[in-house]
Design a protein around this ligand. Sequence first.
Ligand code: ZN
Length: 487
Amino acid sequence: MTIHAPKRDILPDLAAAIGEKHVLSAETDMAPYLVEERGLYRGEALAVARPGSTEEVAEVVRICARAGVPIVAQSGNTGLVGGGVPFGGIVLSLARLDRVRAVDPVNATMTVEAGCILARVQEAADAAGAFFPLSLGSEGSCRIGGNLATNAGGTAVLRYGNARELTLGLEVVLADGRIWNGLKGLRKDNTGYDLKHLFIGSEGTLGIITAAVLKLFPKPRLRATAFVAVDTPHAALTLFERLRAAHGDQLTAFEYIPRFGLEMVLRHAPGAVRPLESEYPGYALIELSSPQDHADLAEALETILGAALEDGLIQDATIAASEAQANALWHLRESLSEVQRQEGGSIKHDVAVPVSRVADFIDAASAACEAAMPGLRVCAFGHVGDGNVHFNLSQPVGMDKAAFIAEWGRFNRIIHDIVHEMGGSIAAEHGVGLIKRDELVHYKDPVAIDLMRAVKAALDPQGILNPGKVVPSAGPEILDAIPRAVR
Ligand code: ZN
């Protein structure tokens, strides 16, 4: 089904602009571009265009703009909210724009193209003697353009901030095909509106990011990693406060894992080893790091955890004695997303509350969900240090998977109401896409939604950039037309 029928066949124009072999229209070639990571949505497109330069991106956009054809920009297509799924029009893949254009060690910046795989960006920073801290589960396949378009978070936000905070400049192709060159690597620039922030997190609805100037940091030379047992989320939060007060910026990660989460990892993740002798209600994975190579972080961690044990704040702890042991502890945390699919249906929520409420939230939402469905297994985990909880629900054992997934809307209301009461956000780091678009109407300030619509109308008056995503619909309703197939 095509949402916007093109006025004429644009494929020959696209082929002339970027080369025939870079315009894919056979079903098998297009297949990987038409589904999202979890298989929740299956889309369709006229073609997939793979331009090789910013100028070619601009030419593709001009062709589509003239013909009124929608464009869904895609980089790694690893998103989790349906934001990259096309429903008609073309997919514009940025994968061929994969050059590191420049590294400036003194300015502590690097300029990269949107199609660079995140892990390659990290490696290029490393090769230049610096550190690019954005880190997330899909870093081996996600691309930086998508990370910026969704304002990605991950495990290092606590210390370094999210993608937005790591960006100093952008190059963007606008909806009319003009190129905005905002690739300045300045720490200070008050020449009017800070336009880059409009495009970061806009999920391809306002413009297509083609390159960025990213911030670099001193390489961490030492790290100390611990895995700690706690009785409650509140104990984890108190421990977090102590660590932050004692170590400030050296505290680079504080992740919470519930007992059910660790159980799943130990059951399903290859190579996972039980980190502590006994089982406990919850765990925290903690990392301190420093660019100094003489700081004794492990000793500092031992002191603070020893005091916490004595106080009864924590029940047990292990500190990695080697890099291999540290990696094994991180492996437990990093396996958590993947193993959930092996326990049947999973209903996922990516929410944030003020850090001060994060333990209250986990307690209240867990109790409400367990009361709503006996046998439900809550896996509330993640970036407790920045208030972002992945509040995921695994189906009761033996329940029909499709029947469980059909309850997604009911659990949205239960969980998002609690998030809202606590002054939180229903979309912390994965974005809005399709899956949360209409939830915004319930929870976002109506004035803010009006502003979003006004910005969208100003930057994309034809509505051709990723139509139907992010902005709650004020125009033609397309959601009913969108097939939502559950794998
Ligand atoms: Zn996360």
